[in-house]
Design a protein around this ligand. Sequence first.
Ligand code: PLP
Length: 379
Amino acid sequence: MIYLDNNATTQVAPEVFAAMQPYLTELYGNPSSAHAFGRRMRTAVETAREQVAKLLGAGDSSQIVFTSCGSESDNWAIGGFLEQNPGRRHLITTRVEHEAVRNLCEHLAEIGCEVTWLEVDRNGELDLDDLRRALRRNTGLVSIMLANNETGVLFPIVEIGRIIRENSDAVFHVDGVQAVGKIPINLSDWPIDLFSLSGHKFHAPKGVGALYIRRGVELPPFIIGGGQETGRRSGTEAVPNIVALGRACQLAREFSGHQQIRGLRDRLEDEILANFSKASLNGIADRSKRLPNTSNISFAGISGPEILTSLDEAGVCVSTGSACNAESREVSGVLRAMNVPYEVARGAIRFSLGRYNTADDVDRTLKVLPELIDRLRQS
Ligand code: PLP
């Protein structure tokens, strides 16, 4: 199998598995217990919190709260802010957020919030003047992703954060789920209040994420109960997953193969665009404005799900967009927001590489594609 779907999820790194394994077996204590065995778990949880804070450049680790996934972090950040500030019901977000933000904001609009949706252009980029115009005195929260999961397009969130700070009192939430582990993050210096991440996108297991809550930003508890996570998210801590997330953060900090991933992605993208007459890139061509691992390419006139199935039969795993809408026959909402014509958007395939991909994976994918695309065109 050739796995080119790392934006959907990633393999648990062997080092991460080794770190969590004892906590699934003999180290089963409860971090809230007063005995030495429990205190050992507490130490493991706090070490992981520091490892997360370090990767994010977040300074004080008490600003990190563990959650179960990126969707939870997003829901808590946005929903919690509104619960805390019922009078500040104007939200700003973009048309290309992940469903965890987009569908939540649609729901909030239905129940009485005012949501301003920022449009993107054909490259997937925002017009920051639109943001300036949208900000108002009563704007409560702005939620904008750092890296788009389907196209890899990066939003200039430092500049966005500055615009928000200069023009309003709004809280700035960033969905960083696709960026963590792929590009450097520095929350101490960036004007961001809330930042979501998810472990399974960078070699930790599924079922663990985190929300960074800048000191001074008040959010109500996400789960009320025994007061774990300093009362902000009760429930006995998922120690094995938390230890795994910490180790994955440490591995990401030590990782030196980003250039290799970028090189493989560039070659895959260049070869496809050069060799398929009807292939076109979705997202800005300037690669410095995209994640180093992602290429979203349309094969106009063919259906993406059919390409996906044929690649799957050839042992290559890709996706047509967000893993969450893989069952849907509709074209991606992100590509629609980018005004990609239907016949082009329909043929979109997302290739997302990761640390375990090799040059051979790219060679073999490039080898199977021509015949497969020819066959689909003829049929
Ligand atoms: N935000 C973005 C940008 C994502 O890509 C994803 C997952 O694909 C999520 C949020 C949701 O993360 P999780 O699967 O951990 O709930």
